[in-house]
Design a protein around this ligand. Sequence first.
Ligand code: B12
Ligand code: SF4
Ligand code: SF4
Length: 405
Amino acid sequence: MNWPSNTPSALSSDQIVGLNREFAELDEKLGFEVSNNFTQFDQMNDMFTRAFWDETIRSNDTDGFFNSYRMEFAPRRGDGFTQKDFALRNAAWSISDIISNRGNDVGKREGFQSPIEYDTPVAPEKHDIENPAVETAEIKKIAKLFGADLVGICEIDPRWHYSNRVDTRDFTPAPNELPEGMTHVIVMGHAMDKDLVDTYPCALAGASTGLEYSHEAAICIQLSTYIRNLGYEAVASMNDTALVIPYAIKAGLGEYGRNQMVLTPEFGPRVRFSKIFTNIPLIANEPKPLGIRQYCEICTKCATACPPKALPFGEPTVEAENQSTIGNVKKWSANCEKCFGYWAKLKTDCAICMRVCPFNRGDSWKEQVWYRLATTPKWRKLAHWIDQKMGIPARLKPKEWWAIW
Ligand code: B12
Ligand code: SF4
Ligand code: SF4
């Protein structure tokens, strides 16, 4: 379906200043510091996209990385990288692949470089919503019914939308448009399988990522279809269209960590996010301080464990190390060229920085107690001391994962 052509999605500097003013109170509460000379991020510059047009990135054999997602090109080299391991990873991705491949002929890699197209139209008659609070509770219930592990809602904030999306026919910029009048974003969290994550880095572990992309594709398509059947716009979105991390934080799902991820109280960083842009009347969550981000100020476990040393050890800054980092917003930033270079060598994704994070917990009582200590100011240092004593958790060997029945 063709959406009405919006005004260009890239915001003017006046619009940025206006949004900084509009969201000043919430930004302050969340610790977001966005300068008035901030500009939106252009999706042409993320690492996955650069791997297709920037020879300095492509020369690291990033083609080999992408090709390994088809069995005829998957390399085999020992535990975690056998035919079985690549087969499981690639199978886990398969439902997500069906969605992302269907717009190839029009340059839309749905869910990644373009939002998921409407399979069903918006119902001509609008369901009457007398009480947005009740509607909000129902939407959250239905998101969970479809399989989301976490759900939060926030107001639309175009600062986090890409200034351009990417036409995947020739990897050139294309307008990043949404239907007019979107007001809210429903952000859903999808927990990744802990045992598989414990085997990172290897091809087997990549199944934990593929599985959640396949799950989230189904869940966000189902929830957006429900909303459209009620007579409202609802655009299902995975990695496309906008940066989901600031949205997940605004929706109250967690806090930003040194490892570049949202750390949630329920799963730590071991969770992926999808989103739905909509105009159905909803009430935004009111995020509360969780005390997780402050723990990262005294911990550097992820940065120490990262093989190519891509993660920062210092304070948050506004500097962008290269064109793949958004500037003029104060945060911990990674050298994602180093990170993706490591993936290209492995021929699979990495998430050691997720695996080793002490917030990536199971739900034993000991782990619950540790969480309480880590998020309480006067016990934070004790929690850090305990974590240091425990050291970096041992990786689960892929062979052992296959042997767990
Ligand atoms: C491209 C991308 C990557 C690139 C790196 C980013 C880049 N610069 O190109 C690569 C391939 C290296 C990568 C790696 C990983 N990624 Co990634 N990635 C993305 C993706 C698709 C786009 C992000 C983007 O455009 N970044 C470009 C610029 C903005 O990057 P940046 O300046 O470095 O900003 C980063 C953070 O600082 C933060 N951020 C951006 N703006 C702001 C503003 C504020 C105020 C704050 C607090 C934070 C913040 O988000 C950015 C994430 O890359 C997002 C999905 C999405 N649409 O958001 C997933 C996403 C961020 N990745 C995710 C994950 C889990 C990973 C990996 C663990 C791999 C894996 N196996 O899953 C690693 C972790 C590496 C690391 N420590 O950073 C998850 C994070 C989930 C979570 N719990 O928060 C996301 C949200 C995907 C998802 N479906 O859930 N990723
Ligand atoms: S490993 Fe430590 S510093 Fe890194 S994200 Fe987790 S808690 Fe924060
Ligand atoms: S994904 Fe791996 S290489 Fe990238 S930052 Fe995390 S630990 Fe480092």
